[in-house]
Design a protein around this ligand. Structure first.
Ligand code: 13P
Length: 250
């Protein structure tokens, strides 16, 4: 059985002192969970988060990286830099980055490859707009994004990629995809991975749902056959709410 991975994406929120407090408060509450817990924090919080999360079962990720190792890219941070301070995960191709910072399927693929070259595990985001959903194109859009993001990876790398299916219309809107729609989309992604990399690889890949996940809907989403956890935005900013999502079975 695949494990459940519950990752918080703090986006552009939280200062270092708030980060330390959050992890100090959360760690004892989730120390016995069998699920994987990840916090993807702003660059300025990474170092503090890593220090505070040492000797806990909370893993730390970044929210973006550049695909080059170093060079004249003012304002950017490379995978090599993230790895140098022991960051373990990195979100790649979040829809906000695709929408506001010109990320394309091509840059997403370059970043995913660079993440692996630097020993980081990517959390790759795919998802459709409302317009695309209404046009009946969900499967086409998300399977194509998945295929392009993973192009050129080895089977082993694909197995170690986390995919987050995040319908754009459900992000930060309070609107969650129904558990059936979310599961169908995740299944379509898994089927595409099976076509390209084989059923064994597809059966092992963690595919999360993201978009207005909260403690009140986590259980029904996570009980679906193919949904392996969530990438959580707003609800990951409050210790108690995030804890409840991690302890969704209770
Ligand atoms: P919300 O949970 O705030 O809708 O955000 C989802 C998201 O974008 C996580 O990456």
């Amino acid at each position: 059985m695949r494990r459940k991975v519950i990752a918080g994406n703090w986006k552009m929120n939280m200062l270092p002192n708030e980060t330390i407090q959050f992890i100090e408060d959360l760690a004892p509450l989730v120390k016995d969970t069998e699920h994987e817990v990840i916090l993807c924090v702003p660059y300025t919080d990474l170092f503090y988060a890593l220090l505070t999360a040492q000797n806990t079962n909370i893993k730390i990720g970044a929210q973006n990286m550049h695909f080059a190792e170093s060079g004249a890219y003012t304002g950017e941070v490379s995978g090599k830099m993230l790895k140098s301070i022991n960051v373990e995960y990195v979100i790649i191709g979040h829809s906000e980055r695709r929408q506001y910072f010109n990320e394309t399927d091509e840059t997403v693929n370059k970043k995913v490859k660079a993440a692996f070259e630097n020993g980081l595990k990517p959390i790759v985001c795919v998802g459709e707009t409302l317009e695309q959903r209404e046009a009946g194109k969900v499967e086409e859009i998300i399977t194509n994004q998945t295929k392009l993001a993973l192009e050129g990876l080895t089977n082993e790398q694909v197995e170690n990629t986390i995919i987050a299916y995040e319908p754009i219309w459900a992000i930060g809107t309070g609107k969650t995809a129904t558990k059936e729609d979310a599961n169908d989309a995740v299944k379509a992604i898994r089927k595409k991975i099976a076509e390209i990399y084989g059923q064994n690889v597809a059966d092992g890949v963690i595919i999360q749902y993201g978009g207005s996940v909260k403690s009140s809907n986590a259980k029904e989403l996570f009980s679906m056959s193919d949904i392996d956890g969530a990438l959580v935005g707003g609800a990951s900013l409050k210790v108690e709410e995030f804890q409840k999502i991690i302890e969704f079975e209770k």
